[in-house]
Design a protein around this ligand. Structure first.
Ligand SMILES: O=C(O)/C=C(\CC(=O)C(=O)O)C(=O)O
Length: 305
């Protein structure tokens, strides 16, 4: 059994989140969340850049039920590298109520991809955030994308806004649907019509295969206030960005808690209050249904849609 020590300053997930005031539409999907370990059962990867606190499948499913979600999309985080065992274990335990986004290497066999598919994996994640991963050559990623495309999977990409110009040609040549994590991490201290965010909107406007998660205000916000202590209007600086995306591309947006919120430095949000953030960025019942039910179902459970 391996004992892991959390990275210095690590913030654990909120143990007693509020019951949301906002009532999620029936069948809502938390389309971005993680499981971490437990490390004693599913060791963290030797090449990881951080060591988290454990966040088990049971704890994730308890949060799902507490907040009022019906399903989860569990995203492989870099602390597990390309070892998808914790993810697969959670998918098997979910009784069909979770889908997965895996990380694979070029060396993955067709049989392994088949096993991932049978467990509920429907996408691979390519991470370009330099503090999280070492560089992988683009020809390797393109080869993986072509292979998963044949299975009807898509690609989830995580990058920071300043890197979009350099990554543009690669992203726009991906053959699959492409889902961007956290709106491409805009700098929300700039105006919403700043050229940097305009480039991201153009990316979505010109490429009908591009979707995005309008998630992680707690990561993007600079001026807050944070979703704690009953705050019902948190992260006001992120609202215009997320709302612009939801209203411009209502059929290609997803939302997730990002539980257990890895690598936050400043505070740990209350997940109940994060759910209460949703109507600020998706103000009508129709936008909310698309964001939380129709869109994730179309992408991850197309046969049940
Ligand atoms: O959970 C997220 O979406 C964001 C992360 C962690 C992450 O993506 C990973 O480790 O794979 C971050 O910004 O540190």
């Amino acid at each position: 059994m391996t004992a892991f020590t959390k990275s210095p300053g690590w913030l654990d997930w909120h143990a007693h989140p509020a019951k949301p005031t906002f009532k999620l539409p029936p069948g809502s999907v938390d389309a971005h969340c993680h499981v971490f370990g437990p490390g004693a059962q599913f060791p963290y990867a030797p090449e990881r850049k951080y060591t988290p606190c454990d966040a088990s499948k049971e704890q994730l499913f308890a949060l799902r039920d507490h907040l009022g979600f019906d399903r989860n999309v569990i995203v492989q985080a870099t602390c597990h590298g390309a070892d998808n065992r914790a993810l697969v274990d959670a998918l098997h335990a979910s009784a069909g109520r979770a889908r997965g986004v895996a990380t694979v290497k070029r060396s993955v066999s067709d049989e392994e991809l088949q096993q991932l598919h049978a467990a509920g994996v429907r996408a691979v994640r390519f991470n370009f955030v330099k503090r999280l991963v070492d560089f992988t050559p683009k020809d390797e990623l393109m080869e993986i994308a072509a292979r998963v495309h044949q299975r009807g999977w898509h690609v989830v990409i995580y990058f920071e806004a300043v890197d979009l110009p350099e990554l543009w040609d690669f992203f726009t040549s991906l053959p699959t649907a492409v889902v961007v994590d956290h709106m491409g991490r805009p700098d929300v201290s700039k105006p919403v019509d700043d050229p940097q965010f305009e480039l991201f909107l153009r990316f979505m406007r010109e490429h009908a295969n591009v979707w995005t998660k309008v998630s992680c205000p707690e990561r993007l916000s600079i001026t807050g206030p944070s979703a704690r202590d009953g705050e019902q209007a948190p992260y006001r600086d992120v609202v215009p960005f997320a709302r612009r995306v939801v209203e411009s591309f209502p059929d290609r947006v997803l939302w997730g808690t990002d539980w257990p919120h890895p690598n936050l430095k400043d505070h740990m949000p209350d997940d109940g209050l994060l759910v209460d953030f949703i109507p600020h960025i998706a103000p009508t019942a129709e936008l909310q249904r698309k964001l939380l039910v129709d869109n994730p179902m179309r992408l991850y459970w197309p046969r049940e849609n």
